[in-house]
Design a protein around this ligand. Sequence first.
Ligand code: ZN
Length: 395
Amino acid sequence: MQERIKALAQSWLNEGIAIRRHLHQHPELSFQEKETSQFIAGKLEAYGIPFQGGWAGGTGIVALIEGRQPSDRVVALRADMDALPIQEANQVSYCSVNEGVMHACGHDVHTTCLLGAAYILQTLRESWSGKVKLLFQPGEELLPGGASLMIGEGALENPAPGGIFGQHVEPPLQAGKVGFRPGRYMASSDEIYLTIEGKGGHGAMPHQTVDPILIAAHLITGLQQVISRNTNPFLPAVLTFGHIASEGGATNIIPNTVKIKGTFRTLDESWRFEAHERIRKMARQLAESMGGHCECRIEVGYPVLDNDEALTMKARKQAEAYLGASNVVDLPQRLTSEDFAFYSQVLPACFYRLGVRRPDSDAVFPVHTNTFDVDESCLETGAGLMAWLAVADGV
Ligand code: ZN
């Protein structure tokens, strides 16, 4: 079986490259993946795979491939399909033709690999047992996340998968290699919006004002105590404020209002919400102790991505069998976030990384930048391994 999957992944690679280049050239923003969705539907039709469109705001697709051997085993494979608001700077024939939109996070690669895995599984369906559900999911980059909508609409029912796999490009990792991390792997991510109200006035007469700039300064340093004093030192967590702006104000004018925006991330679901409470309370009380007022709005984002230990260890072993042990690496935890986490909260999940760096170069082109690109040989690895994981014994 493994050899047949490898052969099909290899012979499909040219088509895979064409698919990926088409998707890369025609990127669409989150929840606007209309042409992408139609393109995927066309490929599934060509492969003879039944599917249902219209999910998660209209562009999501759920497909089902049935192996010909009896079994009640159901495995789900997921790809995201949205692009980012970035103007591509790569000088390549397949450069984005959509002004200001770019597949800068490799979701074109993820979608292509899932189509490749689908083609392989469909071609070999006489030889494996159970069902494989394919989730082509929109809106990974935008709250509330396409995954949460797919789950809410019942994508994990009828039939209900016993496990789910997703993969993501990993720029520093060489093409041909993959990485795994069992357990908590990626962070929860919530957006914090602080609005500090003071009382503006002349910069030379601060005693007649309530200075929201000074309150903001105290808040920014004070709130870091939630990380340094309240978070268990053995637990990763981060609080970053990436935006601060006053409304009005000048060298000699104290403004009325200051707004601060930031992100809170951690690897523990219960600490996540306790920390929110501490942030709210401290922001309110500190501002009030200085005579002002602070409104704190926290937009709850993606949960912790928790890779099921057993599923991930088994998948890692199967990846070693498929690619060779030297091509499978352990991944460190990270505090970026990913909406695949929603799946990991409701069923055994494994999110692994696909190497995309050119084997003959040390140059790394990070995701979310205008020069991101991949070595397209990664498509053969990504499609073949995903097909293998879907049907390999023990997964
Ligand atoms: Zn991504």
